[in-house]
Design a protein around this ligand. Structure first.
Ligand SMILES: [Zn+2]
Length: 259
């Protein structure tokens, strides 16, 4: 073999070796990253599962203790809008938010009372009530929770946005065990389990009057989009309203158990 040929082969071998080495390093790093992701996902899901498992624990003694704990607690249900304040309107102009928030509120009131919870409503008919009065009412009765029910709507022309969300403020509550965020998260879980509507998330909104001025844990629950045909259909049906009320009721019970 000539010297020139020998050199060429040597350079090729070294280059090949380097390429193989590089591939091995990349593969090892990817493997490490994948393992890390799997471990994180497992840790996260284990935490969430533990939370959910705790909420559905069926130990009879524990259940009885928890049932007793929620009795006599005070919940204020706030049906959004009312009177001249119609809230959002469906795209065909036929359906008003204020009607559906009240229908759900009435069903929720019944379900909560069946659990032995003391319930007050900011409105029980189509009357107009200011936001200030709503908060004042909740403070007057020393509510443990303030649950405000609303329907969502997207910008004109957008009919695709859909799903449920809960809103909370970063304000401190008068209950050390239950932050507004925790309440909003629990309520969203309860509602999703019962309705199977798309879960959009729990969102911090610090400028909303009711959330900002209440002193007890409070959340606004957006039960779906009136601008979306599928959501609107669900909200309009009695079976849909019942599922929404049941989901909120379950969330209220979980929240009270944790407070
Ligand atoms: Zn509203």
């Amino acid at each position: 073999m000539e010297l020139k040929e020998w050199r060429r082969l040597s350079v090729q071998s070294v280059a090949l070796f380097l390429v193989v080495l590089l591939c091995c390093i990349c593969f090892a790093e990817q493997l490490q990253e994948d393992t890390r992701k799997i471990v994180c996902a497992e840790v996260n899901s284990t935490n969430e599962d533990a939370d959910k498992a705790e909420r559905t624990a069926s130990d009879p003694e524990q259940t009885e203790e928890k049932t007793e704990k929620v009795k006599k607690k005070i919940v204020v249900i706030d049906a959004g809008h009312g009177g001249i304040d119609e809230g959002t309107i469906s795209q065909n102009g036929k359906y008003l938010e204020k009607e559906y928030t009240l229908l759900v509120a009435k069903r929720l009131e019944k379900l909560l009372k069946e659990k032995g919870i003391i319930v007050y409503c900011t409105r029980t008919d189509d009357s107009y009530i200011t936001k200030k009065e709503r908060v004042k009412r909740a403070k007057q009765v020393k509510a443990d929770l303030l649950i405000s029910i609303h329907c969502n709507a997207s910008n004109v022309g957008d009919t695709t946005s859909n799903g449920i969300e809960t809103l909370y403020s970063k304000r401190k509550t008068n209950n050390v065990a239950l932050t507004n965020k925790k309440l909003a998260t629990i309520m969203l879980d309860g509602l999703e389990k019962e309705t199977n509507l798309r879960k959009r998330g729990s969102i911090m909104r610090n400028k909303l009057y009711v959330l900002r001025h209440a002193d007890m844990p409070a959340t606004i629950i957006e039960i779906g989009y009136m601008s979306n045909a599928k959501d609107l259909n669900f909200i309009r049906k009695e079976s849909g309203q019942q599922k929404i009320a049941q989901g909120i009721c379950n969330g209220v019970v979980w929240a009270l158990e944790e407070s």
